[in-house]
Design a protein around this ligand. Sequence first.
Ligand code: LLP
Length: 425
Amino acid sequence: MHHFTSRDGVLHCEDVSLETIAAEVGTPVYVYSTATLTRHWGVFTGALKDAGLDATVCFATKANGNVAVLRTLADLGAGADVVSGGELFVARHAGVPADRIVFSGVGKTRDELAYALDEGIFQINVESKSELEMLDAVAREKGVKAPIAIRINPDVEAGTHEKITTGKFDNKFGIAWTQAHALYRKAAGMDGIAVKAIAMHIGSQIADLSPFDAAFGRMRDLLAILRRDGIEIERLDIGGGLGVPYDREGDPTPMPPADYARVIARNLGDLGCRLVLEPGRLITANAGVLLSRVVHRKEGATRSFLICDAGMNDLARPAMYDAFHAIEPVRAPAPGVENEHVDVVGPICESSDVFGKQRALPPMQAGDLLVFRTAGAYGATMSNMYNGRPLVPEVLVKDGEYAVVRRRPTWQEMIALESPAPWQG
Ligand code: LLP
């Protein structure tokens, strides 16, 4: 459910017309709904509560790292899952307390680990022996104990896109569950390490419950082994990954949070462990759209093209994963106007800069506005300045108000970090 609906034929975000935002802020621009963020947060945490689960929910910052979005979630009680010193900085800046922040990722550096310890972070999810040894050394230098989970790789097929599958042995993520016991033993004997948890994350946009079932089973087994060995585990971090509907015909409908919560409760609810969850997409995807204007309409030899002012640099998912985003005109067509089939593309000089091929849309012309839906997760965070295009701005709506929460950089700002080499005068 979301709060982007048509009123008098014009798409609104809550009570604000997208035509107003386009006119006042310019396009392309990401637009987020506070009401949708709040609702998704409530549905997800409510489902966990209803299933009797005691959980800390850490929003995966990589899905949407905008400070105002993070602040909205932090005010609702969210923690954060971060994957770099930069994300940790943003989360702290947005007001997420350090004791609700989990640090994931395979390539944490010594400096990032030191920063996390200085902040008093809740949990560091260790992904290799090398990282464990580095963390132990950093913590000992500081005279502290680093609270850790070891992220296990349960070797399960998540049934999602290959590029967002993370829980197979061929993936770089986690410690093979078959090797985890040995690493826990090592960790338990280290002066700079406090073993707290087992972690996992098997992939993203998962529509089906069975991969979770399989992975939770592995977690349960490992917990029993560790407990037999006298290694105390207080909590289980089960990552994120729950899929959302992108509204493509034929796609499986992802399970609702209540079903997911029941599977968690059935597998992990009776183990005396607190749960940690790291949802990203589920919280923000349908809380955002990318609003764009058609710059040109072109009649090709075999098809028509709508060339938009948003490109693959602003929303990379279609080009990277062949991802589907529903495309809708901001102004509803007059009654009786028939759809046509067009290719919706961006201005970037790459053939992969295509948002949708042969999409059924009412006839649109240069100057018309459209939205790419379900763009609130992995949209702005994955944007870049390819082809000399400044980063896309972001707007947060609340009821009848909106605020520009990341403004569009100027061209001067786009090159502000660059300079000629000294020998170039
Ligand atoms: N925890 C960890 C350790 C993760 O690696 C991720 C996502 C999450 C949590 C959140 O997963 P979610 O609930 O959002 O599925 N750029 C891709 C998605 C990459 C996901 C990477 N990890 C996309 O646009 O589809």
